[in-house]
Design a protein around this ligand. Structure first.
Ligand SMILES: C[S@@+](CC[C@H](N)C(=O)[O-])C[C@H]1O[C@@H](n2cnc3c(N)ncnc32)[C@H](O)[C@@H]1O
Length: 161
């Protein structure tokens, strides 16, 4: 498979999973956490899927399309592993969805992230919420969800909290 094919498949899987989340969160209240703004593509998609929910975006350095930058109240700047720590107090009822697209080509960094992120996120999620990740995560209180039809295994990971 060419790198172009691989890129397209990754983006399609991401979009298919996010689209699926809109229906899968019916009846689950709470804001959305976008971890890693990047170019702002998935943030833009999330706000089209969830126009009535607050979306809080965590990013260390903004480099997004100008139309896809959240207002100051919804942009939490800094390293996620520092900023998430204090943020739980701002969400007493928990978030309905967390989307983490912060994996890198560095296997060791991804491994560390996969250990630390669930510990930080778990207390911030409402029961019945969803965690999406480009890397496999593990937490005792989370159940892996089957991927939407057509999404190849290991392209994306979904957990019900
Ligand atoms: C792959 S990009 C996200 C792309 C985004 N989903 C999109 O559709 O445009 C990953 C982003 O996560 C951010 N990031 C990675 N690790 C981070 C960390 N520990 N703290 C804050 N931001 C981080 C990077 O700066 C980068 O902008």
């Amino acid at each position: 498979m060419s790198r172009l094919d691989s890129f397209i498949r990754r983006m399609s899987a991401q979009r298919d999973c996010l689209n699926w989340s809109a229906g899968a969160l019916n009846g689950v209240d709470g804001p959305v956490l976008e971890l890693g703004l990047g170019n702002g593509r998935t943030y833009d998609h999330l706000r089209s899927l969830f126009p009535d929910r607050e979306i809080f975006v965590f990013e260390r350095r903004v480099n997004a399309h100008p139309d896809c930058i959240p207002d100051q109240a919804h942009l939490i700047l800094g390293d996620i592993f520092e900023t998430l720590t204090g943020f739980a107090a701002r969400l007493p009822a928990g978030a309905a969805l967390a989307h983490a697209d912060i994996g890198s080509g560095d296997t060791e960094l991804n491994r560390q992230m996969a250990v630390r992120l669930p510990e930080l996120l778990a207390p911030m999620m409402t029961p019945g919420g969803l965690v999406f990740s480009d890397q496999p995560l593990s937490h005792d209180g989370w159940r892996p969800e089957p991927l939407p039809e057509g999404v190849p295994a290991d392209r994306y990971f979904i957990y019900r909290t």
